[in-house]
Design a protein around this ligand. Structure first.
Ligand SMILES: [Cu+2]
Length: 639
């Protein structure tokens, strides 16, 4: 007893008031009582899982995994006939990708709760997720890009989402030696226009820029509205052993892009059209089905086409984060190998441009002088500054990967005012609205790469982890650890009411325009055409119609088009049939989903509802008879 009491005392002494100590009221600060709701939605990328997870803050409870770039058996994503086209690309069907940086649509620089955009990294794409029903509605491939890590970044009114290339490559692609990197490889920065009402995306233009590695970006705000700022490294243009060869220069760059000017020039027809192949996949709410179109041309602008719209600001050293403060005046670089955090000034940058005094030019892009653009430096911030967000109360919070901590510093004098350790190796961090003009600066959440000893072990692979800190006072206070799916690379968050008020409860049956929908039980049928059999089926508590089918033959392709007739919130039905090789179905109220089934042997096979729907869920079942020969005349039990 005595030993236990002593060690408790010494524990609380060691941790001190700010050193990551769990504050006394931590449990009550994150406790959301049964029946109560969280204050914020948080959308956390799944990294190598390719998906987006939805958590409540402050509880850290997982509510949903939204499938985006990877197939998902829980929702049938990429398995049903309706969703397969969403994962089509110019390389064919890609069932698994890597998703890193969600960004929320904005109106006047404030997160508006309409859409989340997120990048597919490996096969370069941007997805748009609709927050009325938490579904991916659009995926746009980015041609000429390779490694779409630097993406997507919304402008202040989501006029554009912007995507840089991580890898420079030959553009157009050609069969040349890798040693020709510095002469032949180029970077592509893509400006994707977003329709204000529908959210539909398309590539407006692409900038061809020097062959560096492009990284994180933020759009300007207020006075800097017309500009986009993006970090780049490997200005050495190394093509091998980059960890050494791309870490030679003391300074790399933040590229400042006057996107407004580029857009005007593109609209005037500047530049040239290039032949490319890129998939544009759109999910239609009315038909509950996706289509994939391969598009063929984009507008390319070279640096010569847009003189006066691009500038390089030197920034130390191998920068990752490039973050704009809520006022739009300060641009913070996060140099992974830098000893300071450089803070650039937008107004000084404009003055330097006006003065015409440049250090040099690279491919026609003026390189401004570091000191001329500098607002100040945060000195001795810690090791490995990565990414910065803002609380809207005059402070910035920078994640430090190497020293594994969050550092809080003042935007007035760039002095460090607080630091807390993270467990362990923080990558990005997020404050709800922390990249916008109006942060809801109550919490900062650390997204950590390594968990080690924080949770029960689960073999060699451990969950990665988020940590929630209270930032409402002077000192940051650790409140909660919670596990995440995949790698929680980055997140966006906003107050729950922004999204809740528009949340869909079901799909209206009368608006269902699916070509194979069956809107009432009396219309259910089975139709053969050649070796295809289409089953027009309905489901409602607690039966399928039809539930006895005969006349199917071995070798047929049977399409089960199941419409869920329910018009009530939270009553999905499922569908599974023995021997299905690709899918089950999970059908929301008012929706139609299709599964392809190719029976391989004769017999009588059951099907059933897989989503527990009612007291007689277990009775929600039927049979399909499959014959080796016979007439193939289909029949079914009619109501
Ligand atoms: Cu990142």
């Amino acid at each position: 007893m005595l030993v236990a009491a002593l060690s408790l005392v010494s524990c609380s002494k060691d941790e001190g008031p700010s050193g990551g100590a769990l504050s006394g009221d931590a449990a009550s600060r994150v406790y959301v009582a049964p029946g109560q709701k969280d204050e914020f939605y948080s959308f956390v990328s799944g990294g190598f899982s390719g998906q987006l997870a939805v958590y409540g803050i402050p509880s850290g409870r997982l509510f949903r995994v939204i499938p985006v770039f990877s197939v998902d058996p829980e929702k049938g994503w990429g398995f049903t006939e309706e969703t397969k086209p969403m994962l089509n690309t110019s390389h064919g069907f890609v069932p698994w990708d890597d998703a890193h940086h969600p960004d929320m649509s904005q109106t006047s620089g404030v997160a508006d709760g309409k859409w989340v955009f997120i990048n597919g990294n490996n096969t370069p794409r941007i997805a748009r997720i609709d927050l009325t029903d938490f579904r991916t509605k659009e995926i746009l491939e980015i041609p000429n890009s390779a490694g779409n890590h630097s993406s997507p970044f919304s402008t202040e009114n989501s006029e554009y989402v912007v995507s840089g290339t991580r890898f420079s490559v030959p553009i157009p692609q050609e069969d040349i030696s890798i040693t020709q990197y510095s002469e032949k490889f180029r970077g592509a920065l893509t400006f994707v226009k977003v329709d204000k009402t529908s959210g539909q995306m398309d590539i407006d233009f692409q900038l061809l820029v020097p062959g560096f590695d492009y990284d994180l970006a933020r759009a300007g705000k207020g006075p800097s509205h017309d500009w986009m700022f993006m970090s780049c490294y490997n200005t050495e243009q190394a093509n091998t052993m980059k960890e050494i060869n791309a870490s030679q220069n003391d300074k790399d760059f933040i590229i400042a892009i006057n996107w407004k000017k580029c857009a005007e020039l593109a609209a005037q027809g500047k530049g040239t059209m290039m032949n490319v192949d890129y998939a544009h996949n759109v999910y239609n709410d009315a038909t509950h089905s996706a289509t994939s179109t391969i598009k063929k041309q984009i507008r390319i602008l070279t640096t010569a086409d847009i003189k006066g719209a691009l500038y390089y600001m030197p920034t130390p050293k191998s920068p990752h984060g490039c973050d704009v403060d809520p006022s739009g005046e300060l641009i913070v670089g996060g140099g992974k190998l830098a000893t300071v955090i450089p803070v650039m000034s937008f107004s000084k940058m404009l003055k330097a441009i006006e003065s015409g005094k440049f250090d040099k030019e690279i491919d026609g892009i003026p390189v401004l002088n570091y000191k001329d653009c500098l607002a100040g430096e945060v000195v001795r911030p810690g090791l490995g500054p990565l990414h910065t967000e803002f609380d809207g109360k005059g402070y910035a919070y920078t994640s430090m990967f190497v020293s594994s901590e969050i550092v809080k510093w003042s935007l007035k004098d760039f002095k460090v005012v607080d630091r807390v350790p993270t467990y362990y190796s923080i990558g990005h961090l997020n404050i709800p609205g922390g990249n916008s003009t109006k942060p809801w600066g109550k919490y900062v959440i650390a997204y950590n790469k390594i968990t080690k000893d924080r949770y029960l072990p689960t073999g060699p692979e451990l969950t990665q982890s988020a940590q929630l800190f209270d930032i409402s006072g002077d000192k940051m206070k650790l409140l909660l650890d919670f596990p995440t799916i995949g790698e929680p690379h980055y997140a966006v968050a906003c107050p729950a009411d922004l999204i809740m008020k528009n949340s869909r409860k079901m799909y209206q049956l009368k608006e269902n325009k699916h070509p194979h929908a069956t809107l009432k039980e009396a219309d259910t049928k089975v139709v053969r055409s050649g070796n295809e059999v289409h089953v027009y089926m309905t489901s409602i508590r607690s039966h399928f119609s039809p539930d006895n089918i005969e006349g199917v033959k071995v070798g047929d392709k049977v399409y089960w088009h199941v419409t869920n007739l329910e018009q009530d919130w939270d009553v999905p039905h499922g569908f599974a049939v023995i021997g299905a090789n690709n899918s089950e179905l999970l059908i929301m109220p008012g929706e139609t989903c299709t599964m392809l089934w190719e029976p391989k042997r004769a017999g009588v096979f059951p099907f059933y509802c897989t989503d527990f729907c009612s007291a007689l869920h277990q009775e929600m079942q039927g049979y399909v008879r499959v014959s080796n020969g016979g007439s193939g005349q289909v029949s079914w039990n009619k109501k």
